[in-house]
Design a protein around this ligand. Structure first.
Ligand SMILES: [Cu+2]
Length: 290
């Protein structure tokens, strides 16, 4: 048994040197799984690749661009409080640009360059996604939609975006700036790394914005006064509920297609129906008891 110890030590030493000598891997032999999904067994992946289908509203490919983006811990050093970052935080392209992204992971862990908000009829789940595990490079192509819009680009590995791996890609003029883009926009959860002592005035927790519901509910009242009392009363309640629910519904249905919205609403109606039936059953059962 003892004579195997040096051998085991040798094997361990050899495996350690192989790990430390791991070089940048070019994931250029991926298997095409269809629908723009390419993958290899070494942690390289492309999802939502689109090299030739024009998005609706694009007459032609407006421009062809190539960018190289690095991801790694070292790029976060200039942003206090972060752990990970891309080497660029902002991108901007003409609408209908055919864009190839060469994504290089400089870390020994998994990173992604994931773009959200793309049209779902063309990009599954509205996403274009590059991924590399460990030091390596992967390349993917997409055709940007028309219109001015800002797209979120991030790494979706747990806490990587929260810890700095977040960027924005503007098509045309973009629609807005996203929050917490390191070096670009203010953080949603700001922190202070200067080491100054706690100040109850400066550092008091920010109160969440008040809900605007009472104002919204009062607004339709003048409309109601002119009409028949019963109908207008119902109308006011309906309008008020609608206005209060509108922002929530807008958030809930954001990015969904008409079909998906109808399916969701139908599912809610079925749930409501079942709930009402359950209620009636409960009521009648109670009444039947002696
Ligand atoms: Cu990451």
């Amino acid at each position: 048994m003892v004579k195997f110890v040096p051998l085991a030590a040798l094997v361990c030493a050899w495996s350690v040197t192989t790990v430390s000598a791991k070089e940048m891997q070019d994931h250029n032999q991926m298997m095409n799984h269809g629908d723009g999904h390419l993958m290899d067994m070494d942690g390289g992946m492309v999802m939502g690749q689109n090299t030739d289908t024009l998005p609706g509203g694009c007459d032609k490919i407006a421009a062809t661009k190539d960018i190289t983006v690095h991801a790694g811990h070292k790029y976060s050093e200039k942003f206090p409080g972060t752990m990970f970052a891309f080497d660029q935080q902002e991108f901007q392209f003409e609408p209908c640009t055919k864009l190839t992204v060469h994504f290089i992971n400089d870390d020994e862990i998994r990173h992604q360059w994931m773009m959200h908000g793309l049209p779902k009829y063309l990009y599954p789940k509205g996403m274009f996604h590059l991924e590399v595990s460990g030091p390596g490079k992967v390349s993917g192509t997409l055709i940007l939609p028309p219109g001015d819009k800002t797209y979120l680009v991030h790494c979706d590995i747990a806490q990587h975006m929260e810890k700095g791996m977040k960027a924005q890609l503007k098509v045309g003029k973009g629609s807005e700036d996203l929050p917490s883009i390191p070096g670009v926009t203010a953080s949603i959860f700001p922190d202070d790394y200067s080491g100054r002592p706690y100040d109850p005035k400066l550092d008091a927790p920010v109160a969440s914005p008040p809900v605007a519901a009472p104002v919204v509910a009062a607004a339709p009242a003048p409309v109601a006064a002119a009409d028949d009392a019963i109908v207008s009363g119902v109308t006011v309640i309906g309008l008020a509920i609608g206005l209060i629910a509108a922002p929530w519904l807008a958030r809930r249905f954001k990015g969904m297609s008409a079909g998906e919205i109808i399916a969701t609403v139908l599912a809610w109606l079925v749930d409501l129906f079942n709930w009402v039936v359950g209620l009636i059953k409960q009521f009648t059962r109670k009444k039947a008891l002696p």
